[in-house]
Every structure is written in structure tokens, then in C-alpha cells.
Design a protein around this ligand. Structure first.
Ligand SMILES: O=C(O)CCC(=O)C(=O)O
Ligand SMILES: [Fe+2]
Length: 303
């Protein structure tokens, strides 16, 4: 087997953090130019590592969620069992257990090995540049293109996130054809917080992947409650998730100890389209929710 592209990718000279922070044109050129090389390198890496990589898949998910979702796919009239797992923790912000904490080590080991692969990964620079985060979607240059991870990522979006989002926020149907994702990592004195903002998504699913023995303090995600006129601080626990419309104002407070790692997944419509704010829509037939999209993924990326 040739490890040519893996070797080449490992010897690329990355743009500096300064250059990335200032978004100089050569940074974009670096990632665009090397898109295919990096993709092939991730394939080679995974093939070369297969024996030592922990397999990742739906077995890592909370078993109640996995079973309720599987039943709903078989028979959409059973989707209410999925809703029962969701807790509204701020107006239109729902929390639920996504990953089984005891199984998260498999995902974390996989991601740590990917970090150690020495293949350039593009950090997210949506609001701030997050040093130890990575772009996850194939529309993003410099994304984590390892085929095993990509299959898992697509399953999270297609099997789990989209139908759950449709159930909670009916108006997003049709504005959920396209996917986007990144990981973020907070640590005192590096990347610690994110100021109040809205996301360029119709819906955001934010999943914590801290291990049960990785506590942290601070780092609540605060969501704006328009009727009370104030923010509601919410804390992630190992494997917990929050799902919300992209247009809810939220902020990550400074982390004061420990570290926090999350996967952030977005859905929006073709070419970044989003539902009109304030649109109410009745629930459509459950069968329409539990369907895989048939259209093509486009290349639109908000950042
Ligand atoms: O800190 C978090 O988990 C939220 C991050 C966030 O809002 C974002 O990346 O857009
Ligand atoms: Fe956000």
C-alpha cells in the first residue's frame, strides 16, 4: 500500500495561527488547494490504523435514545417516545442524553488518535478561532475526512438529529437538507468562552463529549429567554446534548477549571437558507419526518 499522500500531508507547512486569525487569503488557498490530498491522507491513515482504532458507531449512544429512534424509524407513529426523552430547559431549548458516558472513551480515543495523525485539520473560526477544534463536514476544507468518522458523523445527522429537530421545531422542515459540523474545546488560558451570538443554522445540536471523569467548572452555555429578558445558564454533563433553533441568542461563559469538548452540528436549507423567523407550522404527518433527504449536499459553508 502506498502511504504517499499521508506522507505528503504530514509534510505540509500549515498557515500560522496569526494568519488564520486574520483570515488572510493564503489560508483559504492552503485548505482549498490541499482538499483532495488531505482527504486521501485521512483514508490512508485510517487504513493504516484500523487495527488500533476503536470502532465508533451508534453503540456509543444512550440506549434509550437509540431504541426510541430505531422504533420511530420502523414506525413513525411511535415518535412520541423520542419526545419523552427531551427536557425543555429554557424556552425552546431541549436537553437530552445523547451519548452513553461509559462508551465515550471510544470516541475520544478515536479523536485523540486523529489529532496525533499529524494531518493538518482546519480549526473552526466562526466566532473565534478554536485551537483544538476541527471542521467535521465534507463541505469544509481541512475537515476530518477519515471514512469511519464520516460514516458516524452522517449517521448522527441523518438518523438522529434531523428527525428530532423536525419533531421539536416543525417549521424547519425543508430548511434541513444541508449539514455542517465542527468540534470545539475549551480550556483555561487558551480558548475559554464565546460571546453572545446566534448560529447561521436553522437548528443546532450541541453534544458534550467529556468523559465522566473529566469535570470542569464555569463554561455554562447561556440561552436568552426573551420573555424574562435574561440569560439562562445551562451546564453540560458527560454525553448530554442541547438542541435549539439557530436564532436563539446564546453564549459560552469562561471555563474556570478542567476542559470541555463538544461536537456542534447544524442543519440548514440549500445554499444556507433558513426558515423565516417566527413562522408557525403545524406538525406534518409523522412519516414525512422520518425520511432520509434525497437531494444533493451542496457546498455552501457559513465559515
Ligand atoms: O460552548 C458551546 O458549547 C457553544 C458553542 C457555540 O455556541 C458555537 O460554537 O456556536
Ligand atoms: Fe453557537
Amino acid at each position: 500500500m502506498s502511504t504517499n499522500q499521508l506522507h505528503q500531508a504530514r509534510h505540509l507547512t500549515l498557515p500560522s495561527r496569526e494568519a488564520m486569525l486574520h483570515r488572510v487569503p493564503s489560508v483559504q488557498q492552503f485548505w482549498t488547494h490541499n482538499y483532495h490530498l488531505l482527504r486521501e491522507a485521512w483514508k490512508e491513515w485510517e487504513e493504516s490504523q484500523n487495527a488500533s482504532l476503536s470502532p465508533i458507531g451508534s453503540a456509543l449512544l444512550d440506549s434509550r435514545l437509540r431504541e426510541a429512534v430505531a422504533h420511530a424509524w420502523e414506525d413513525p407513529s411511535k415518535e412520541s417516545a423520542v419526545l419523552e426523552l427531551m427536557h425543555e430547559v429554557a424556552p425552546d431549548v431541549f436537553e437530552f442524553q445523547f451519548f452513553e458516558p461509559q462508551r465515550l472513551a471510544d470516541l475520544r480515543t478515536y479523536l485523540e488518535q486523529a489529532w496525533d495523525a499529524q494531518i493538518p485539520l482546519r480549526p473552526p473560526y466562526g466566532i473565534v478561532l478554536n485551537r483544538r477544534g476541527a471542521m467535521l463536514d465534507s463541505r469544509s476544507e481541512g475537515y476530518l475526512a477519515a471514512p469511519g468518522f464520516q460514516a458516524f458523523y452522517r449517521e448522527l445527522l441523518n438518523t438522529y438529529m434531523r428527525p428530532i429537530a423536525r419533531l421539536l421545531f416543525p417549521e424547519i422542515m425543508g430548511y434541513d437538507t444541508q449539514t455542517f459540523g465542527f468540534s470545539i474545546h475549551y480550556k483555561p488560558n487558551t480558548d475559554t468562552s464565546i460571546r453572545p451570538h446566534t448560529d447561521a443554522s436553522a437548528v443546532t445540536l450541541n453534544i458534550n463529549i467529556n468523559l465522566p471523569n473529566e469535570p470542569f467548572t464555569g463554561s455554562t452555555v447561556d440561552f436568552y429567554n426573551p420573555s424574562a429578558g435574561k440569560m439562562i445558564p445551562l451546564a453540560f454533563t458527560s454525553g448530554s446534548a442541547m438542541i435549539h433553533r439557530g436564532n436563539v441568542v446564546h453564549a459560552a461563559q469562561p471555563i474556570t477549571s478542567g476542559e470541555r469538548t463538544n461536537l456542534v452540528l447544524w442543519l440548514y436549507g440549500d445554499n444556507g437558507r433558513m426558515p423565516i423567523q417566527g413562522t408557525q407550522r403545524d406538525l406534518v404527518d409523522a412519516k414525512l419526518r422520518w425520511r432520509m433527504p434525497t437531494g444533493q449536499l451542496d457546498n455552501f459553508a457559513p465559515f
